[in-house]
Design a protein around this ligand. Structure first.
Ligand code: PLP
Length: 434
């Protein structure tokens, strides 16, 4: 009986259709088909072999690319799992142009030019920094700073700032990778200037300050000001994470950190700046010039496409063009309500839907713990998880939040990108099939 079920399974070459091979290549399709059939044989061993149609679907699902363009209806502007910042029009165009030959290391006189030099100049103009150097992400920026200033020497960090950001970024681990020796100062909730003073010694090469990014300390807490730390003597490295360039909540701005005396400030390109994944280090020219000679920099340097997109994003800021991240963060609540209202009106009569005031979040380690009120379309259904999954399987996938028995769709990360109609289409389809 079960042997019979096994015998009914199609051979690999039948399952691996020509159209699939054309699209994904023979090697991948054959391997995926073998894996689908192995699962099916195991299932047949228990008595029920899957239908041919089911097998074809399973194969298709295995071959489906994991990374697809998506609609972010979570309202979380800098959603790390969704690629953080959506780029500006100018950044997208610049990246696409840079994909061909481009003068990434050639200056206008035909001489060898330093990669990224001009983008660094623009970043200095934007932040008021003396110098800048670019790497692949924020983590690499911190690593390079510590390696330069404190390899085999001590770095002071407040115990309240030994944070984990997510995606494996933990301050003590990055410190260990850099070769610097971590000296913990103060306590989890209160670290005073005198704690740093007591820890000072000729072995101390730097002080590191880290933005809390994804949590907030309230209650009986204290920390030394950046100005005070900078007056102690050793160079101060500030990992601000998001790197605000405009007033947003109490997020520290890059320029303010430099004004307060930081030697180096690190931030990410794809958080509040709103550009590609990159790590930006700004600060004292003398230190940054030394950093450029580090062999490690060669391993961390960004590619031409990143440089082009980053340069274009900085141009947006310099010329007063609002990047999408900022437009979404600053979207007026009335505009969000109007967008959600349009979605609500498109819902069929039998769907139980309403507009709901929700607490959004900016994400990407920006303004932690701060409410970012929004208006969502809330759909009440006995099984919101099932509807959420159905939306994820749309083309393009729609990513949502679920709260209790409601599925929430937040226009903040949809409407400013002009994706409202696509979202409604996907929602109607998912409601029909979920
Ligand atoms: C986000 C963040 C990082 C990591 O930056 P990536 O660009 O994700 O590598 C490091 N430190 C802080 C404080 C952050 O918020």
């Amino acid at each position: 009986m079960t042997d019979d079920a096994r015998r009914r399974l199609p051979p690999v070459h039948e399952l691996a259709r020509d159209d699939l091979i054309e699209r994904f290549g023979r090697a991948r399709v054959t391997e995926a088909a073998r894996a689908v059939l192995a699962d099916a044989r195991a299932q047949a061993g228990c008595g029920d072999a899957p239908e041919a149609g089911t097998l074809a679907q399973q194969l298709q699902a295995r071959l489906q690319p994991q990374q697809l363009p998506a609609i972010n209806a979570t309202g979380v502007v800098l959603h790390t799992n969704l690629g953080r910042a959506p780029w500006s029009t100018r950044a997208i165009a610049a990246a696409s142009e840079a994909a061909g030959y481009c003068t990434v290391e050639l200056d206008t006189h035909g001489q060898r030019g330093r990669r990224g030099a001009e983008v660094e100049e623009r970043i200095c103009a934007l932040t008021g920094a003396e110098a800048a150097v670019l790497v692949n992400n924020g983590a690499a920026a911190v690593l390079l700073c510590l390696r330069e200033l404190a390899r085999d020497r001590q770095v002071l960090v407040s115990r309240g700032e030994l944070v984990e950001i997510g995606g494996g970024f933990r301050v003590p681990d990055v410190m260990a990778e850099s070769g610097a020796k971590l000296i913990e100062v103060g306590t989890t909730n209160r670290t005073h200037l005198r704690d740093f003073e007591r820890a000072l010694s000729p072995d101390v090469a730097a002080i590191l300050r880290v933005h809390h990014s994804n949590f907030r300390q309230v209650g009986f807490v204290a920390e030394a000001s950046l100005r005070e730390l900078c007056a102690l003597g050793p160079p101060v490295v500030v990992d601000v994470g998001s790197g605000a360039l405009f007033e947003i909540g109490d997020e520290p701005t890059v320029a303010a950190q430099l004004r307060d005396g930081a030697t180096l400030v690190c931030f990410s390109g794809d958080k509040l700046l709103g550009g590609p994944q990159a790590g930006i280090i700004v600060g004292k020219a003398e230190v940054i010039d030394r950093m450029r000679k580090q062999p490690l920099l060669r391993a961390l340097r960004p590619d031409k496409v990143t440089l082009a997109a980053l340069g274009a994003t900085v141009d947006d800021w310099l010329t007063g063009t609002t990047v999408p991240v900022r437009a979404m963060i600053e979207a007026p609540i009335e505009a969000l309500r109007a967008a959600a209202q349009t979605w609500l009106e498109a819902m069929p009569a039998h769907v139980e839907a309403e507009l709901l005031e929700v607490d959004g979040a900016i994400g990407g380690g920006s303004v932690p713990g701060q409410r970012w009120p929004s208006i969502a379309l809330a759909i009440r259904t006995p099984n919101p998880i099932k509807l959420q999954a159905a939306l994820r399987h749309q083309d393009p996938p729609v990513i949502t939040r679920v709260h209790r028995d409601q599925l929430l769709l937040d226009p903040r990360t949809v409407a400013p990108l002009g994706q409202g109609d696509a979202l409604v289409g996907a929602l109607l389809d998912a409601l029909e099939h979920a």
